[in-house]
Design a protein around this ligand. Structure first.
Ligand SMILES: Nc1ncnc2c1ncn2[C@@H]1O[C@H](COP(=O)(O)OP(=O)(O)OP(=O)(O)O)[C@@H](O)[C@H]1O
Length: 267
């Protein structure tokens, strides 16, 4: 990844709109300051990485953003909506979804059936919910699901049962499921964990495709090469505080980041 481009001619490119804004959030657990006065934004159509040593607070940020825990202070805004005091399930309706570490597909159903079930969040009524399976084989949802599989190079798996699929494919189907359910911001917790090199490359390509399609990604990941190939912005946490932010090529040169996390041996 190249560092921020500077241009001498013409106006600077306009920054993409803010999709997720975290403003001055703090959280303590029984006197342990897990997150202290943290602020950052994730912009539409960009991937932001959250990195830091074990216990730095990365998972807690995801828990606060997705509403698993309430913040002690600060605010969280999703697509312009203040969700700070909104329950987790309603935040999904604002376009934010959390994925991975555990793939949440139904093993006994086919890929296509899983996608149709995922679309239930968009259903306005019970009739809506049942229609795509039972009545009209070419219902719009089914067409959308097939199209989404095709767009992401997964169409050959449409009728396969999930339990028989390689782990890397299941993870990618889980991504498609989340986007079809209406998510525009994905929180991805160590997406490359447990994948072999070829699956990691496929996932990287898939995530870059989603970014190109305008999705916003926030990724917790330890694999710097993976981050480098996807994320334009990196937020570095240590003991619950932001110690650096910027392109990876810049933050990895920061002495505090090297001391806390990346290490002097890395280039
Ligand atoms: N539910 C909880 N109860 C008590 N302490 C918690 C809870 N959740 C997180 N913590 C504490 O908050 C701090 C940050 O933890 P967190 O899991 O967010 O870090 P992390 O950066 O995700 O670490 P790792 O990379 O190991 O997953 C740690 O000190 C942890 O023990």
């Amino acid at each position: 990844m190249s560092s921020q481009a500077t241009s001498t001619g013409g106006a600077a490119p306009e920054a993409a709109p803010v999709a997720l804004a975290v403003t001055g959030i703090s959280k303590s657990f029984a006197g342990v300051h897990a997150i202290r006065n943290l602020s950052f934004v994730a912009r539409k159509g960009e991937a932001t990485a959250l990195i830091g040593p074990n216990g730095a607070g990365k998972t807690t940020v995801f828990n606060l953003v997705s509403g698993v825990y309430g913040v002690d202070a600060g605010a969280v805004t999703v697509n312009g909506v203040d969700v700070t005091h909104m329950p987790s399930r309603r935040r999904i309706g604002c376009g934010i979804a959390r994925s991975f570490q555990n793939v949440r597909l139904m093993d006994h159903l086919s890929v296509l059936e899983n996608l149709l079930v995922g679309q239930h969040i968009r259903a306005a009524s019970l009739t809506d919910l049942l229609t795509p399976y039972r009545l009209f084989p070419n219902h719009r949802w089914r067409q959308e699901a097939r199209q989404a599989l095709a767009d992401n190079g997964l169409e050959r798996y449409a009728n396969e049962t999930v339990s028989g699929l390689p782990y890397g494919v299941r993870k990618r189907v889980d991504l498609v499921r989340a986007t079809l359910a209406g998510a525009s911001i994905l929180l991805l917790d160590e997406p490359a964990a447990g994948l072999n090199p070829s699956e990691t490359n496929d996932l990287r390509d898939h995530l870059n495709l989603l970014v190109a399609q305008g999705l916003t990604l926030v990724i917790v990941e330890h694999d710097m090469h993976f981050i480098d190939s996807i994320c334009s912005n990196v937020v570095v946490l240590n003991f619950g505080e932001k110690i650096a932010e910027g392109p990876l090529s810049v933050v990895r040169q920061d002495p505090e980041v090297r001391r806390a996390y990346i290490g002097d041996g890395e280039n």
